[in-house]
Design a protein around this ligand. Sequence first.
Ligand code: DOR
Ligand code: ZN
Length: 348
Amino acid sequence: MQKHITQITLIKPDDWHLHVRSGAALKSIVGMTAAQMGRAIIMPNLNPPVSNATQAHAYRQEILSALPKDSEFNPLMVLYLTDNTTPKDIQEALDNNVVAAKLYPAGATTNSDNGVTNITKLYPTLAYMQKLGMPLLLHGEVTRSDVDIFDREAVFIDEILSQVVHDFPELKIVFEHITTKEAVDFVLASHDKIAATITPHHLLANRNDMLVGGIKPHYFCLPILKRKNPHQSALLAAATSGNAKFFLGTDSAPHATTDKESACGCAGIFTAHCAIELYATVFERQNALHKLENFASKFGADFYNLPHNTQTITLHKQDWVIPANYPFANSTIVPFMATKTLSWKQLD
Ligand code: DOR
Ligand code: ZN
């Protein structure tokens, strides 16, 4: 029956992991997310990072002023954890409507130089977050140079995450942008305060897409794309399982074309131009379109103890070609699946 579905209406989704940058770059792209999503968890890895309540408040104002006056998009702010973040910083953040705090292991990815060098230094801060019920968002990769880039997530689970979950049994944790079967299995085996986001690109692509037939910088992101089996397959099964621990987080991470097509290209895949259509494509292929709304519009809000959105969006079965690029500040950006055809399109 599902084959014949030509239109789907969903509660407006939310993006529980998004990079929108700042300044002219922000203005170029934030409207794409606002057109699809009710809310988004805004990543704080600016330069300098969003590491206190005042910065989070100013960044939220900047995002709102980059949107049309009648936009109802609600950016949810996140504190960037450093070695020096205190319980007082967490309290001030909470008092200023910051909803979560993000841990980047130092050096793991874009603008993570001020990240955490040793998680045990943050234990008093994590204890305070646990007390308040504020979720910890994790970039789950170790950064030691002796660990292979494809193994960094699995080693993070063994060396760090297992210990944190053990030491803070009540702490809410989102294991962000999971990429491996090990991560899926860990989340499944953990209690209900442990959840994970899954990106559209880790569902739709694997490392062959990045490397076979020539290196494709627009498929380079962190955590890096893994093997089809067992990893991509495990993510597809998890996302479409109907288990509320897995929900939508695009990790859309825009970089100018020239910064990607470079001898040292930046990590990040831009998916905000058609995030919900990408997920719809995945769920349709898995014969699970009827499970898309829970994954996209309910499970994340439930985890964050927020109400579901009251608006809806409608997607149409309709072929369209993704543009080769979009304007991005004074440059361009190459979107995920540029020039390829998608068969779902959001109605305006
Ligand atoms: O690919 C990525 N890009 N992974 C991250 O963790 C950060 C992001 C970015 O900010 O560009
Ligand atoms: Zn990210």
